[in-house]
Design a binder for this molecule. Structure first.
Ligand code: GTP
Length: 538
């Protein structure tokens, strides 16, 4: 039954729910954990991406533990993508490790190796951290299930080294027990191809080391929720080894221990234990029991979406049929195996398609974001710029003047403001056309800009009136610049614009006084400009 947890109380924060979910997983309460993570996800409400990513990562982990592998693959991929968008490399790496693990179990080996390799790269830091161990652990398993046991073992060995280099060092149990698994896989492949297992020495030494770690009290997994798994995997691995070494008594004892440790929920461990039973029957050459256990193993593996174990059961069945001379049955089993493998490949390809379309979507939204940024910068510029002359507009001028007056008041920094008016501009429009008038305005703005320091701001106030803000300047020094501007305007070759055109300007100047506002300062410079403005210009 699904319970609905609603987060509301102050203690019941989404962070608290996620921590509680991981704790519940460690106690084997997967449903409880799932509900808590789902509550955190709905609290994210689609607008808290970081919480959404973390809740999805937790849900994926719950699904992985609970053998809902297809759902876990979708959820962990989404979590990885969100973390990537957020620039959270560690979150992305953890989600990719989960993705690699579930893809591997689903038989999507290429995808699994790819996700694990990416995770390993994202985890690379000077001082290794536990996530790096987990990433290498997934990579090792992915290689091995992909058929490359040598590479798998090497990646797991690196995981062991990395675990030792962590500060504080973390348990090497998880990669070691996976090396047991990889070696056992290698051995049954060897038996399939050559009819025999050449040496059990490496498997025996790995199993012994895992047992030693358990005895020393450091035989635990790094991920929450996997502790219960250890109680099954460890005796089941011993049962396999004892069977292959011909110790039926020990095999039976270990097998019983593994069976007792199985939980009430069916997981891939149930299929693993059936495999042990099949191997024990195989050793007794009890082919009927072997076949029955392998069929159970296959069905259980399929019920928990563990494609790899299901394929392994098919492979073992083929061999068992051949050993009995039942070639027709072996051929039929082989055909079923091929069909299964083809389905897995098709499944993997459709996931690749989904991934490519997501990447395209992400690229597009990245481009849209860039375009929106460019557009908003453009809008911002436009909103502060005079459309005709390209210099600052009245809005921009007021902003700058506010800031300069604040500096003047707080730091006593001098400030001068000039108001420049084109003489008889109306008659320029009237005599030479409005278009020439526009060119005059643009040219005056250009001359002003070219004569000023970088810190000074030329702006168009209105019509034919311009303002210059002389930051950190007294009226005396500003007057010299104004004179330079005035004379540059007068001496400009206006004839190049229209024959007979002459342009002059009148400039009034005011220096900021304490208590000045934009309006009072501009008003004084305006008054000063009118004082100097003759009917025909200065
Ligand atoms: N070409 C052009 N003319 C403009 C623009 N904005 C305002 N004007 C004109 O500028 C003229 C300003 O005229 P007035 O305010 O009388 O000033 P003035 O003719 O320079 O007279 P004084 O200031 O006394 O020298 C008006 O005729 C406006 O129509 C513009 O963007 N382009």
């Amino acid at each position: 039954m699904t319970r609905h947890i609603i987060l509301g109380d102050s203690d019941d924060t989404p962070d608290g729910a996620l921590a509680a979910a991981y704790a519940a997983l460690d106690q084997g309460q997967v449903h409880e954990a799932y509900d808590l993570a789902a509550a955190a996800l709905s609290a994210a409400n689609g607008d808290n991406l970081r919480l959404e990513a973390r809740a999805l990562a937790c849900l994926a982990h719950c699904d992985r533990i609970h053998s809902r592998l297809r759902r876990a693959s979708g959820t962990s991929r989404r979590a990885a993508q969100l973390f990537e968008q957020l620039g959270d490399a560690q979150g992305e790496a953890n989600a990719l490790t989960t993705l690699a693990h579930v893809c591997m179990l689903l038989g999507r080996n290429d995808e699994a190796v790819e996700a694990a390799l990416l995770s390993v790269q994202l985890c690379k830091t000077k001082q290794p951290q536990p996530p790096a161990v987990l990433a290498l652990n997934s990579l090792g398993l992915a290689y091995s299930w992909g058929g490359d046991h040598k590479r798998g073992d090497a990646a797991l060995e690196l995981a062991v080294e990395t675990a030792r280099r962590c500060e504080p060092a973390v348990s090497v149990f998880q990669p070691r027990i996976n090396q047991v698994w990889v070696e056992a896989s290698r051995l049954i492949d060897e038996r399939f191809h050559t009819g025999a297992m050449r040496s059990l020495a490496r498997l025996a030494s790995l199993v012994a080391e895992c047992r030693e770690l358990e005895r020393a009290g450091i035989g635990f997994a790094l991920l929450p929720g996997l502790q219960a798994f250890r109680a099954v995997i460890s005796p089941a691995s011993c049962a396999l080894l004892a069977t292959w070494q011909g110790d039926a008594g020990l095999a039976q004892t270990e097998f019983e221990a593994a069976r007792r440790a199985l939980g009430t929920t069916v997981t891939w461990l149930d299929a693993f234990v059936r495999w042990c039973a099949a191997e024990m029957a195989w050793a007794r050459q009890d082919w009927a029991a072997t076949q029955l256990e392998l069929e159970r193993m296959r069905d259980l593996a399929l019920s928990v979406e563990h494609e790899q174990l299901a394929c392994r059961a098919h492979l073992l069945l083929i061999q068992v049929f051949e050993l009995q001379g039942r070639h027709e049955d072996a051929l039929r089993e082989n055909r079923i195996l091929r069909q299964r493998e083809q389905r897995v490949v098709a499944d993997s390809l459709s996931h690749r398609e989904a991934l490519v379309s997501w990447r395209l979507g992400a690229r597009q939204s990245e481009r849209h974001l860039q375009q929106a940024l460019v557009a908003s910068r453009q809008f911002e510029r436009w909103s502060l710029e005079d459309a005709l002359t390209g210099i600052a507009n009245r809005r921009h001028l007021e902003q700058v003047l506010d800031e300069e007056l604040r500096l003047h008041a707080s730091a006593g920094q001098p400030l001068a403001v000039a108001l420049l008016d084109i003489d008889q501009f109306k008659s320029i429009n009237d005599r030479f056309t409005h278009e020439v008038g526009d060119r005059v305005l643009k040219t005056v703005a250009g001359i002003m800009s070219s004569q000023l320091r970088k810190r000074d701001l030329p702006a168009r106030w209105a019509g034919d009136e311009f303002v210059i803000v002389f930051a950190n300047a007294t009226a005396g020094s500003a007057a010299q610049v104004c004179e330079r501007v005035r004379s540059a305007i007068t001496s400009f070759d206006w004839e190049s614009i229209a024959a007979g055109l002459r342009v002059s300007v009148s400039i009034g100047l005011a220096e900021a006084m304490s208590g000045d506002t934009n309006a009072s300062l501009l008003h004084r410079s305006d008054t000063s400009m009118y004082r100097v403005k003759p009917r025909s210009g200065t």
